[in-house]
Design a binder for this molecule. Structure first.
Ligand code: SAH
Ligand code: SF4
Length: 401
Protein backbone atom coordinates (compact mmCIF):
# COMPACT_ATOMS: atom_id res chain seq x y z
CA UNK A 1 0.00 0.00 0.00
CA UNK A 2 1.48 3.34 -1.03
CA UNK A 3 0.73 4.86 2.30
CA UNK A 4 2.55 8.12 2.11
CA UNK A 5 2.32 8.89 -1.57
CA UNK A 6 1.31 12.40 -2.41
CA UNK A 7 2.18 13.56 1.07
CA UNK A 8 2.26 17.26 1.65
CA UNK A 9 3.71 18.30 4.97
CA UNK A 10 1.87 21.61 4.74
CA UNK A 11 -1.56 20.05 4.56
CA UNK A 12 -3.79 21.26 7.38
CA UNK A 13 -4.51 17.76 8.56
CA UNK A 14 -4.42 16.76 12.16
CA UNK A 15 -6.05 14.21 14.35
CA UNK A 16 -4.64 15.81 17.43
CA UNK A 17 -7.91 16.38 19.24
CA UNK A 18 -8.93 15.98 22.82
CA UNK A 19 -10.75 12.88 24.02
CA UNK A 20 -12.45 12.99 27.38
CA UNK A 21 -10.97 10.32 29.65
CA UNK A 22 -13.35 7.47 30.42
CA UNK A 23 -12.71 7.50 34.13
CA UNK A 24 -13.86 10.54 35.97
CA UNK A 25 -11.72 12.11 38.68
CA UNK A 26 -11.65 10.71 42.22
CA UNK A 27 -15.13 10.53 43.70
CA UNK A 28 -16.90 10.75 40.32
CA UNK A 29 -18.92 7.86 39.02
CA UNK A 30 -17.79 5.73 36.09
CA UNK A 31 -20.22 5.52 33.20
CA UNK A 32 -20.94 1.90 32.27
CA UNK A 33 -22.19 2.87 28.83
CA UNK A 34 -19.53 2.58 26.15
CA UNK A 35 -17.37 0.04 27.97
CA UNK A 36 -16.57 -3.09 25.98
CA UNK A 37 -17.55 -6.39 27.60
CA UNK A 38 -13.98 -6.76 28.87
CA UNK A 39 -14.02 -3.20 30.12
CA UNK A 40 -17.31 -3.74 31.91
CA UNK A 41 -16.01 -6.91 33.53
CA UNK A 42 -12.86 -5.14 34.73
CA UNK A 43 -14.91 -2.25 36.14
CA UNK A 44 -17.17 -4.64 38.03
CA UNK A 45 -14.22 -6.49 39.53
CA UNK A 46 -12.61 -3.22 40.54
CA UNK A 47 -15.84 -2.30 42.31
CA UNK A 48 -15.75 -5.46 44.41
CA UNK A 49 -17.55 -8.04 42.26
CA UNK A 50 -15.90 -11.42 42.99
CA UNK A 51 -13.88 -12.57 39.96
CA UNK A 52 -15.75 -15.85 39.82
CA UNK A 53 -19.06 -14.06 39.35
CA UNK A 54 -17.78 -11.32 37.06
CA UNK A 55 -18.57 -13.00 33.74
CA UNK A 56 -22.14 -13.74 34.72
CA UNK A 57 -22.70 -10.26 36.17
CA UNK A 58 -21.26 -8.70 33.04
CA UNK A 59 -23.72 -10.66 30.92
CA UNK A 60 -26.67 -9.72 33.11
CA UNK A 61 -25.84 -6.03 33.25
CA UNK A 62 -25.04 -5.95 29.52
CA UNK A 63 -28.51 -7.26 28.74
CA UNK A 64 -30.16 -4.70 30.99
CA UNK A 65 -28.27 -1.89 29.33
CA UNK A 66 -28.36 -2.88 25.69
CA UNK A 67 -31.20 -5.34 25.28
CA UNK A 68 -33.78 -3.83 27.60
CA UNK A 69 -32.52 -0.25 27.53
CA UNK A 70 -32.76 0.12 31.29
CA UNK A 71 -31.16 3.27 32.80
CA UNK A 72 -31.18 2.64 36.51
CA UNK A 73 -29.73 -0.08 38.69
CA UNK A 74 -32.92 -0.44 40.73
CA UNK A 75 -34.66 -1.99 37.69
CA UNK A 76 -32.08 -4.76 37.33
CA UNK A 77 -34.26 -7.24 39.13
CA UNK A 78 -32.11 -10.33 38.71
CA UNK A 79 -29.38 -8.75 40.84
CA UNK A 80 -29.59 -8.63 44.64
CA UNK A 81 -30.67 -5.39 46.25
CA UNK A 82 -27.31 -4.99 47.98
CA UNK A 83 -25.42 -5.51 44.78
CA UNK A 84 -27.62 -2.99 42.95
CA UNK A 85 -26.91 -0.43 45.69
CA UNK A 86 -23.19 -1.17 45.44
CA UNK A 87 -23.32 -0.59 41.68
CA UNK A 88 -25.28 2.64 42.02
CA UNK A 89 -22.65 4.01 44.36
CA UNK A 90 -19.78 3.49 41.94
CA UNK A 91 -21.34 3.70 38.53
CA UNK A 92 -23.73 5.65 36.41
CA UNK A 93 -25.63 4.87 33.20
CA UNK A 94 -25.41 8.02 31.12
CA UNK A 95 -26.17 8.87 27.51
CA UNK A 96 -26.20 12.29 25.82
CA UNK A 97 -29.12 14.53 26.65
CA UNK A 98 -31.54 15.59 23.91
CA UNK A 99 -31.67 19.37 23.69
CA UNK A 100 -34.09 19.66 20.81
CA UNK A 101 -35.83 17.58 18.20
CA UNK A 102 -37.10 18.77 14.82
CA UNK A 103 -39.29 16.69 12.55
CA UNK A 104 -39.21 17.37 8.82
CA UNK A 105 -42.22 17.29 6.52
CA UNK A 106 -40.81 14.02 5.13
CA UNK A 107 -40.60 12.40 8.57
CA UNK A 108 -36.84 12.88 9.03
CA UNK A 109 -35.99 13.67 12.63
CA UNK A 110 -33.05 15.81 13.62
CA UNK A 111 -31.90 15.73 17.21
CA UNK A 112 -29.50 18.09 18.85
CA UNK A 113 -27.82 16.32 21.76
CA UNK A 114 -25.63 17.76 24.47
CA UNK A 115 -22.47 16.01 25.59
CA UNK A 116 -20.00 16.65 28.41
CA UNK A 117 -18.45 20.09 28.29
CA UNK A 118 -21.66 21.62 26.95
CA UNK A 119 -20.88 20.73 23.32
CA UNK A 120 -23.64 19.72 20.99
CA UNK A 121 -23.80 17.26 18.11
CA UNK A 122 -26.50 16.40 15.64
CA UNK A 123 -28.10 13.04 14.99
CA UNK A 124 -30.52 12.39 12.12
CA UNK A 125 -33.11 9.62 11.81
CA UNK A 126 -34.34 8.87 8.28
CA UNK A 127 -37.40 6.63 7.97
CA UNK A 128 -37.84 4.75 4.69
CA UNK A 129 -40.33 2.10 3.66
CA UNK A 130 -38.03 -0.85 4.20
CA UNK A 131 -35.68 0.53 6.83
CA UNK A 132 -34.92 3.29 9.29
CA UNK A 133 -31.43 4.75 9.21
CA UNK A 134 -29.75 6.65 11.99
CA UNK A 135 -26.99 9.00 10.93
CA UNK A 136 -24.65 9.47 13.88
CA UNK A 137 -21.70 11.73 14.63
CA UNK A 138 -18.23 10.68 15.74
CA UNK A 139 -16.71 14.07 16.59
CA UNK A 140 -17.81 17.55 17.53
CA UNK A 141 -16.86 19.34 14.31
CA UNK A 142 -14.10 17.86 12.17
CA UNK A 143 -10.37 18.53 11.91
CA UNK A 144 -10.57 18.10 8.16
CA UNK A 145 -11.63 20.99 6.01
CA UNK A 146 -13.45 19.64 2.99
CA UNK A 147 -14.41 22.84 1.22
CA UNK A 148 -18.03 21.85 0.46
CA UNK A 149 -18.87 20.61 3.97
CA UNK A 150 -20.54 22.71 6.62
CA UNK A 151 -19.09 20.64 9.46
CA UNK A 152 -15.61 21.35 8.10
CA UNK A 153 -16.08 25.05 8.80
CA UNK A 154 -16.60 24.44 12.50
CA UNK A 155 -13.56 25.39 14.50
CA UNK A 156 -14.01 23.48 17.69
CA UNK A 157 -13.33 19.79 17.62
CA UNK A 158 -13.40 17.04 20.16
CA UNK A 159 -13.63 13.30 19.77
CA UNK A 160 -16.79 11.71 21.09
CA UNK A 161 -16.37 8.96 23.65
CA UNK A 162 -17.68 5.46 22.91
CA UNK A 163 -20.52 6.23 25.35
CA UNK A 164 -21.46 9.34 23.42
CA UNK A 165 -21.41 7.44 20.13
CA UNK A 166 -23.49 4.41 21.20
CA UNK A 167 -25.52 6.83 23.34
CA UNK A 168 -26.84 8.45 20.15
CA UNK A 169 -28.26 5.10 19.09
CA UNK A 170 -29.77 4.54 22.54
CA UNK A 171 -31.25 8.04 22.56
CA UNK A 172 -32.94 7.41 19.20
CA UNK A 173 -34.31 4.06 20.38
CA UNK A 174 -35.73 5.90 23.38
CA UNK A 175 -37.42 8.43 21.13
CA UNK A 176 -38.74 5.73 18.78
CA UNK A 177 -39.89 3.75 21.81
CA UNK A 178 -38.07 0.73 20.48
CA UNK A 179 -36.81 -1.03 23.59
CA UNK A 180 -38.68 -4.21 24.46
CA UNK A 181 -40.73 -3.95 27.60
CA UNK A 182 -38.98 -5.88 30.39
CA UNK A 183 -40.58 -9.25 30.92
CA UNK A 184 -42.99 -8.85 28.02
CA UNK A 185 -41.45 -8.91 24.55
CA UNK A 186 -38.06 -9.95 23.30
CA UNK A 187 -37.76 -7.04 20.93
CA UNK A 188 -37.38 -9.40 17.98
CA UNK A 189 -40.89 -9.07 16.64
CA UNK A 190 -41.54 -7.03 13.51
CA UNK A 191 -39.25 -4.87 11.43
CA UNK A 192 -37.09 -2.46 13.30
CA UNK A 193 -37.67 1.27 13.23
CA UNK A 194 -33.94 1.78 13.69
CA UNK A 195 -32.50 -0.91 11.44
CA UNK A 196 -29.36 0.74 10.04
CA UNK A 197 -26.60 3.00 11.27
CA UNK A 198 -24.49 5.25 9.09
CA UNK A 199 -21.46 7.07 10.45
CA UNK A 200 -22.11 10.05 8.21
CA UNK A 201 -22.86 12.77 10.70
CA UNK A 202 -20.30 15.18 12.05
CA UNK A 203 -16.66 14.21 12.15
CA UNK A 204 -14.20 11.81 10.57
CA UNK A 205 -14.85 8.42 12.22
CA UNK A 206 -11.41 7.07 11.40
CA UNK A 207 -9.76 9.88 13.36
CA UNK A 208 -11.59 8.55 16.40
CA UNK A 209 -11.02 4.90 15.63
CA UNK A 210 -11.02 3.21 19.05
CA UNK A 211 -14.17 4.89 20.30
CA UNK A 212 -16.02 4.28 17.03
CA UNK A 213 -14.91 0.64 17.05
CA UNK A 214 -15.97 0.05 20.66
CA UNK A 215 -19.34 1.73 20.10
CA UNK A 216 -20.03 -0.27 16.93
CA UNK A 217 -19.02 -3.51 18.68
CA UNK A 218 -21.68 -2.72 21.25
CA UNK A 219 -24.26 -2.04 18.52
CA UNK A 220 -23.41 -5.38 16.87
CA UNK A 221 -23.33 -7.50 20.03
CA UNK A 222 -25.96 -10.24 19.71
CA UNK A 223 -27.11 -9.88 23.30
CA UNK A 224 -27.97 -6.26 22.98
CA UNK A 225 -28.86 -3.89 20.17
CA UNK A 226 -27.80 -6.69 17.81
CA UNK A 227 -27.52 -4.90 14.48
CA UNK A 228 -25.74 -6.92 11.84
CA UNK A 229 -22.39 -5.55 10.65
CA UNK A 230 -23.96 -5.31 7.22
CA UNK A 231 -26.38 -2.73 8.52
CA UNK A 232 -23.65 -0.38 9.67
CA UNK A 233 -21.85 1.84 7.17
CA UNK A 234 -18.81 3.88 8.09
CA UNK A 235 -18.03 6.79 5.83
CA UNK A 236 -14.47 8.08 5.62
CA UNK A 237 -12.86 10.90 3.71
CA UNK A 238 -9.93 8.53 3.07
CA UNK A 239 -7.78 7.95 6.15
CA UNK A 240 -5.86 5.24 4.35
CA UNK A 241 -3.95 3.54 7.21
CA UNK A 242 -7.14 3.13 9.21
CA UNK A 243 -9.09 1.53 6.38
CA UNK A 244 -7.40 -1.85 6.79
CA UNK A 245 -7.96 -1.66 10.55
CA UNK A 246 -11.66 -0.99 9.96
CA UNK A 247 -11.92 -4.16 7.90
CA UNK A 248 -10.16 -6.22 10.55
CA UNK A 249 -11.54 -4.76 13.75
CA UNK A 250 -15.04 -3.58 12.87
CA UNK A 251 -15.97 -5.38 9.66
CA UNK A 252 -18.84 -3.04 8.81
CA UNK A 253 -19.63 -1.72 5.34
CA UNK A 254 -17.44 1.08 4.05
CA UNK A 255 -18.34 4.26 2.21
CA UNK A 256 -15.72 6.63 0.93
CA UNK A 257 -16.06 10.32 0.18
CA UNK A 258 -14.49 10.17 -3.25
CA UNK A 259 -15.91 13.30 -4.86
CA UNK A 260 -13.31 13.87 -7.60
CA UNK A 261 -11.49 12.01 -10.34
CA UNK A 262 -8.19 13.87 -10.44
CA UNK A 263 -5.81 14.61 -7.59
CA UNK A 264 -5.86 18.26 -8.57
CA UNK A 265 -9.60 18.58 -7.92
CA UNK A 266 -9.69 16.16 -4.98
CA UNK A 267 -6.89 18.11 -3.26
CA UNK A 268 -9.21 21.11 -3.30
CA UNK A 269 -12.39 19.33 -2.28
CA UNK A 270 -11.08 16.76 0.19
CA UNK A 271 -7.72 18.08 1.44
CA UNK A 272 -6.75 14.80 3.07
CA UNK A 273 -6.03 13.80 -0.55
CA UNK A 274 -2.75 15.71 -0.23
CA UNK A 275 -1.70 13.19 2.37
CA UNK A 276 -3.15 10.05 0.77
CA UNK A 277 -3.93 10.58 -2.88
CA UNK A 278 -6.41 8.80 -5.14
CA UNK A 279 -4.00 6.02 -6.01
CA UNK A 280 -3.17 5.29 -2.36
CA UNK A 281 -6.85 5.38 -1.47
CA UNK A 282 -7.83 3.00 -4.26
CA UNK A 283 -5.11 0.55 -3.19
CA UNK A 284 -6.61 0.47 0.31
CA UNK A 285 -10.14 0.11 -1.03
CA UNK A 286 -9.21 -2.82 -3.23
CA UNK A 287 -8.20 -4.76 -0.12
CA UNK A 288 -11.23 -3.87 1.97
CA UNK A 289 -13.86 -6.30 0.68
CA UNK A 290 -11.44 -9.23 0.89
CA UNK A 291 -10.43 -8.57 4.48
CA UNK A 292 -13.87 -7.64 5.81
CA UNK A 293 -15.68 -10.23 3.70
CA UNK A 294 -18.17 -7.56 2.72
CA UNK A 295 -19.78 -6.85 -0.58
CA UNK A 296 -19.54 -3.50 -2.23
CA UNK A 297 -17.88 -0.28 -1.27
CA UNK A 298 -20.03 2.80 -1.58
CA UNK A 299 -18.35 5.65 -3.42
CA UNK A 300 -19.94 8.91 -2.35
CA UNK A 301 -19.76 11.63 -4.96
CA UNK A 302 -21.11 15.09 -4.24
CA UNK A 303 -22.33 16.82 -7.41
CA UNK A 304 -20.85 20.31 -7.61
CA UNK A 305 -21.75 22.44 -10.56
CA UNK A 306 -18.89 22.83 -13.06
CA UNK A 307 -16.38 21.43 -10.57
CA UNK A 308 -16.56 17.63 -10.74
CA UNK A 309 -19.72 16.87 -12.72
CA UNK A 310 -18.69 16.51 -16.39
CA UNK A 311 -19.24 13.41 -18.52
CA UNK A 312 -15.49 13.13 -18.68
CA UNK A 313 -15.41 12.94 -14.87
CA UNK A 314 -17.99 10.16 -14.96
CA UNK A 315 -15.94 8.17 -17.46
CA UNK A 316 -12.75 8.73 -15.47
CA UNK A 317 -14.52 7.58 -12.31
CA UNK A 318 -15.55 4.35 -13.97
CA UNK A 319 -11.98 3.72 -15.10
CA UNK A 320 -10.53 4.47 -11.67
CA UNK A 321 -12.74 2.10 -9.73
CA UNK A 322 -12.63 -0.75 -12.20
CA UNK A 323 -12.10 -4.04 -10.40
CA UNK A 324 -13.53 -2.79 -7.10
CA UNK A 325 -17.02 -4.07 -6.21
CA UNK A 326 -18.76 -0.73 -5.94
CA UNK A 327 -21.92 1.28 -5.83
CA UNK A 328 -21.76 4.98 -6.58
CA UNK A 329 -23.93 7.22 -4.49
CA UNK A 330 -24.42 10.57 -6.18
CA UNK A 331 -25.21 13.29 -3.66
CA UNK A 332 -26.69 16.51 -5.03
CA UNK A 333 -24.76 19.21 -3.17
CA UNK A 334 -26.68 20.43 -0.13
CA UNK A 335 -26.20 24.15 0.11
CA UNK A 336 -25.53 25.96 3.35
CA UNK A 337 -25.18 29.66 4.09
CA UNK A 338 -21.91 30.92 2.63
CA UNK A 339 -21.06 27.74 0.72
CA UNK A 340 -18.67 28.39 -2.18
CA UNK A 341 -20.38 25.86 -4.51
CA UNK A 342 -23.67 25.24 -6.23
CA UNK A 343 -25.60 22.04 -6.81
CA UNK A 344 -25.22 20.58 -10.31
CA UNK A 345 -28.26 20.88 -12.55
CA UNK A 346 -30.60 17.91 -12.51
CA UNK A 347 -29.98 17.04 -16.16
CA UNK A 348 -26.22 17.05 -15.52
CA UNK A 349 -26.61 14.70 -12.55
CA UNK A 350 -28.74 12.34 -14.65
CA UNK A 351 -26.27 12.33 -17.49
CA UNK A 352 -23.45 11.55 -15.04
CA UNK A 353 -25.52 8.78 -13.44
CA UNK A 354 -26.30 7.31 -16.83
CA UNK A 355 -22.66 6.87 -17.79
CA UNK A 356 -21.96 5.09 -14.54
CA UNK A 357 -25.05 2.93 -14.82
CA UNK A 358 -24.17 1.90 -18.37
CA UNK A 359 -20.73 0.88 -17.13
CA UNK A 360 -22.48 -1.65 -14.89
CA UNK A 361 -22.62 0.12 -11.54
CA UNK A 362 -25.60 0.99 -9.41
CA UNK A 363 -25.68 4.77 -9.35
CA UNK A 364 -28.49 5.94 -7.07
CA UNK A 365 -28.96 9.67 -6.72
CA UNK A 366 -29.40 10.37 -3.04
CA UNK A 367 -32.66 12.17 -2.43
CA UNK A 368 -31.98 14.98 -0.04
CA UNK A 369 -33.93 14.28 3.14
CA UNK A 370 -34.95 16.71 5.82
CA UNK A 371 -33.84 19.73 3.81
CA UNK A 372 -36.40 21.95 5.52
CA UNK A 373 -34.67 21.34 8.85
CA UNK A 374 -31.09 21.45 7.50
CA UNK A 375 -30.66 17.77 8.27
CA UNK A 376 -29.18 16.71 4.93
CA UNK A 377 -25.68 15.35 4.48
CA UNK A 378 -22.97 17.87 5.15
CA UNK A 379 -25.28 20.46 6.62
CA UNK A 380 -24.73 19.44 10.19
CA UNK A 381 -23.04 21.89 12.43
CA UNK A 382 -23.65 22.38 16.08
CA UNK A 383 -25.67 25.35 17.16
CA UNK A 384 -23.15 26.11 19.88
CA UNK A 385 -20.49 26.70 17.27
CA UNK A 386 -21.85 29.72 15.51
CA UNK A 387 -18.34 31.11 15.12
CA UNK A 388 -18.06 30.17 11.49
CA UNK A 389 -15.27 30.90 9.11
CA UNK A 390 -16.21 33.75 6.84
CA UNK A 391 -17.19 33.12 3.25
CA UNK A 392 -14.01 34.93 2.20
CA UNK A 393 -11.87 32.64 4.30
CA UNK A 394 -13.49 29.54 2.80
CA UNK A 395 -13.07 30.87 -0.72
CA UNK A 396 -9.42 31.75 -0.07
CA UNK A 397 -8.77 28.22 1.14
CA UNK A 398 -10.44 26.74 -1.92
CA UNK A 399 -8.29 28.93 -4.19
CA UNK A 400 -5.08 27.99 -2.38
CA UNK A 401 -5.95 24.33 -2.69
N1 SAH B 1 -16.30 12.59 7.59
C1 SAH B 1 -16.88 11.50 6.90
C2 SAH B 1 -18.33 11.26 7.22
C3 SAH B 1 -19.25 12.45 7.34
S1 SAH B 1 -19.80 13.29 5.93
C4 SAH B 1 -16.68 11.65 5.42
O1 SAH B 1 -16.30 12.71 4.99
O2 SAH B 1 -16.90 10.68 4.71
C5 SAH B 1 -20.99 12.25 5.10
C6 SAH B 1 -21.03 12.50 3.59
O3 SAH B 1 -21.64 13.76 3.25
C7 SAH B 1 -19.65 12.54 2.99
O4 SAH B 1 -19.59 11.83 1.79
C8 SAH B 1 -19.44 14.01 2.75
O5 SAH B 1 -18.44 14.25 1.82
C9 SAH B 1 -20.82 14.43 2.31
N2 SAH B 1 -21.06 15.87 2.38
C10 SAH B 1 -20.46 16.78 3.16
N3 SAH B 1 -20.97 18.02 2.92
C11 SAH B 1 -21.92 17.88 1.97
C12 SAH B 1 -22.82 18.79 1.34
N4 SAH B 1 -22.85 20.07 1.67
N5 SAH B 1 -23.67 18.29 0.41
C13 SAH B 1 -23.67 16.98 0.12
N6 SAH B 1 -22.86 16.08 0.70
C14 SAH B 1 -21.99 16.51 1.62
FE1 SF4 C 1 -14.99 16.23 7.90
FE2 SF4 C 1 -16.34 14.50 6.33
FE3 SF4 C 1 -17.00 17.13 6.39
FE4 SF4 C 1 -14.71 16.36 5.25
S1 SF4 C 1 -16.81 15.82 4.56
S2 SF4 C 1 -14.96 18.09 6.66
S3 SF4 C 1 -14.09 14.67 6.55
S4 SF4 C 1 -17.15 15.69 8.08
Amino acid sequence: MAEQSGQNAQAPITQDVMTIPRKLPEGGKINLIGLTRDGLRAALIEAGTPEKQAKMRTGQIWQWLYHWGVRDFASMTNLSKDYRAQLAERFEIAIPEVVSKQVSADGTRKYLVRIAGGHEVEVVYIPETDRGTLCISSQVGCTLTCSFCHTGTQKLVRNLTAAEIIGQVMMARDDLDEWPEPGVGTGDAGPRLLSNIVLMGMGEPLYNFENVRDAMKIAMDGEGIALSRRRITLSTSGVVPEIAKTAEEIGCLLAVSFHATTDEVRDRLVPINKRWNIEALLDALREYPKVSNSERITFEYVMLKDVNDSDEDARRLVRLISGIPAKINLIPFNEWPGAPYQRSDWARIESFADIIYKAGYASPIRTPRGEDIMAACGQLKSATERARKSRKQIEAEVQQG
